[in-house]
Design a protein around this ligand. Structure first.
Ligand SMILES: *Cc1c(COP(=O)(O)O)cnc(C)c1O
Length: 397
């Protein structure tokens, strides 16, 4: 069957493919340690599940407004005001089937053929494909390890041209864990306002932040930048609710309305039951979330310590998210059982096959000198996995 160019031009999500491969090995009884996952290993808290069950029996099982139920949009407004001092009206909030869907909708309504979208690399895979799906051109900026993988104002300014319409920022970031400070964001703001384009701020990892850093939304810097920002967030990571599929966009009304219109002809409202559960999540006690972050802090410190002990590996200290992104290029040119390792993809393949450890090669995120490890597995498994990695790297000749 003949497929549309749109379908031919997109690549499948490679992070999901690697996880699938690791799961297939697990299913065959192989004790694979997976550092590939992109979701918390905690269960969704009971108070959230209870709210969903109650919603089902209360008959909250029908269509809702396309943009989401009012109590949820109000809860989101309250959250944004309390956490970031951002004032939005419920009409400015659109709830979708996960933050990925919010991003897709936003990019669809903002850019088209002939437009350029600035995407700092390493980037989260789906941004790239979503930009292409909208017909726009990604303009990749390679950020540098020595800058903590953060885009500098000079790098941004250099990438701008008359076709620039949008910048995508993700702080705390996936895969690098980079966290932009207020002063980082302020200097980017100057450039954005000077050239006047829009910005998507993906804040899905906001709660996973370490070393005393604080999450700052670029939208909170000034009314001028808020007007140009589409803030994206959701409940998947923060409340361990990846399967519930709820994310949201906060934007000026004209953008929110365009997203609502698009969504009204594609998915309509996100799941009514999940929306009710999210009201409980956002309005309830945030204690379980704090426990989760405390545990991730311990694991982060452990994995960084273990990586630092492996010769040749350098790893930028991630300020947030639940990933580390070590540079493994010192091992390129070495070989294992006659197989030469030339890039992180080669190394990831050998690690999975020979050491039964799954990591995601950086090529997926635009830079194959690195691998991404998530620490969303118990501490014992992290330690066993790092033992295996250190052992295998020691055997390379
Ligand atoms: C996980 C993730 C998302 C999307 O999460 P949803 O489950 O779709 O809400 C968005 N951005 C980044 C960077 C992510 O890692």
């Amino acid at each position: 069957m003949k497929l549309a160019g749109r379908a031919l031009n997109i690549s499948p999500s490679q992070t999901l493919a690697i996880n699938a491969e690791a799961k297939a090995l697990l299913a065959r009884g192989v004790n694979v340690i997976s550092f590939g996952a992109g979701e918390p290993d905690f269960d969704t808290p009971d108070y959230i599940k209870d709210a969903a069950v109650t919603a089902i029996y209360a008959g909250k099982t029908k269509y809702t407004p396309v943009a989401g139920i009012l109590p949820l949009r109000e809860a989101i407004c309250r959250k944004l005001e309390i956490d970031q001092g951002l004032k939005y009206k419920p009409e400015q909030i659109v709830v979708s089937a996960g933050a990925k869907h919010s991003l897709y909708n936003t990019i669809q309504v903002l850019v088209q053929e002939g437009d350029e979208v600035i995407l700092p690399s390493p980037y989260w895979v789906s941004y790239m494909e979503q930009i292409k799906l909208a017909g726009a051109t990604p303009r990749i900026i390679n950020t540098r390890e020595e800058n903590g993988f953060k885009l500098t104002p000079a790098e941004l300014e250099e990438a701008i041209n008359p076709r620039t319409r949008l910048l995508i920022l993700n702080s705390p970031g996936n895969p690098t864990g980079a966290v932009y400070t207020a002063s980082d964001l302020m200097s980017l703001q100057d450039v954005i306002l000077k050239y006047d384009f829009s910005i998507i701020s993906d804040e899905i990892y906001e709660s996973f932040i370490y070393n005393g850093l604080k999450h700052i939304s670029i939208a909170s810097l000034s009314p001028e930048i808020k007007e140009r920002t589409i803030l994206i967030n959701g409940v998947s990571k923060v409340y361990s609710m990846t399967g519930w599929r709820i994310g949201y966009a906060a934007a000026v009304k004209e953008v929110a309305n365009a997203i609502i219109c698009l969504q009204s002809h594609s998915t309509s409202n996100p799941t009514s039951i999940s929306q009710e559960a999210c009201v409980a999540a956002l309005n309830g006690d945030q204690g379980t979330q704090r426990l989760m972050v405390a545990e991730y802090t311990r694991r982060r410190n452990c994995i960084l310590k273990r990586l630092a002990a492996i010769p040749g590996i350098t790893c930028c200290q991630p300020g947030g998210s639940f990933y580390v992104f070590p540079n493994v290029s010192a091992y390129f040119g070495k070989s294992y059982k006659g197989k030469v390792i030339n890039c992180a993809s080669d190394l990831a393949a050998v690690l999975l096959k020979e050491a039964h450890v799954a990591v995601v090669p950086g090529v997926v995120f635009g830079n194959d000198d690195y691998v991404r490890l998530s620490y969303v597995c118990p501490m014992e498994r992290i330690n066993v996995g790092l033992d295996r990695i250190a052992d295998l790297l020691g055997k390379l000749t």
